[in-house]
Design a protein around this ligand. Sequence first.
Ligand SMILES: Cc1cc2nc3c(=O)[nH]c(=O)nc-3n(C[C@H](O)[C@H](O)[C@H](O)COP(=O)(O)O)c2cc1C
Length: 200
Amino acid sequence: MSKTTLQTVAQTRRSVYALNKTLPVSKDDINQIVEHALLHTPSAFNSQSTRLVVLHGEEHDKLWEIAKAELAKIVPAENFAATEAKLDMFKAGAGTVLFFEDTNVVKGLQDSFPAYADNFPIWADHASAMTQYAIWTTLASENVGANLQHYNPVIDAEVAKTWNIPESWKLRAQLVFGGIVSPAGDKEFAPVADRMKVHG
Ligand SMILES: Cc1cc2nc3c(=O)[nH]c(=O)nc-3n(C[C@H](O)[C@H](O)[C@H](O)COP(=O)(O)O)c2cc1C
């Protein structure tokens, strides 16, 4: 069997860290990609608990300045230069997608289906992860580089204040995107035989 289009694109998705602000597609194209993933990614009980905020340009820059300010409060001063350099690398990108899960939706499901109560927060994270992957891979198909970050919960309060985020939205991840300055390096693969079994 030859590779499907989806498989070919899946192989182009990598963690690309050297990004710039020059995108090969328009801002509107990025918004369309994010919206498409939001609509077409599955969720437990079709609960659609994922919430997304797209930050372009100066709003994206603001996010990474917030991360710097918040991390400066907790990272020892002698280590902060390295932290700042890393955060500047993200700021050098063109934009960031913020992934939230609406805890009100999760609570509603827990109340309606108590037998599955423990699973709903886990399934909400699964749905978020699927949405993250869909966006990351579709961006790769358009030659937009991206990397996935997790500065939550350190930045949660400032993010909520800055972009008027509802209290029930819980930040789960940040996907930084931009033009590709240099591609990801080689990737090592652990043996498939240890990771996948086929029976029958
Ligand atoms: C659930 C999850 C969490 C991750 N968290 C981070 C992160 O916080 N920071 C980061 O730089 N990369 C993060 N990554 C990226 C992984 O390090 C990366 O996907 C992995 O090394 C494989 O490389 P590739 O993305 O180029 O295929 C995360 C990936 C996943 C799936």
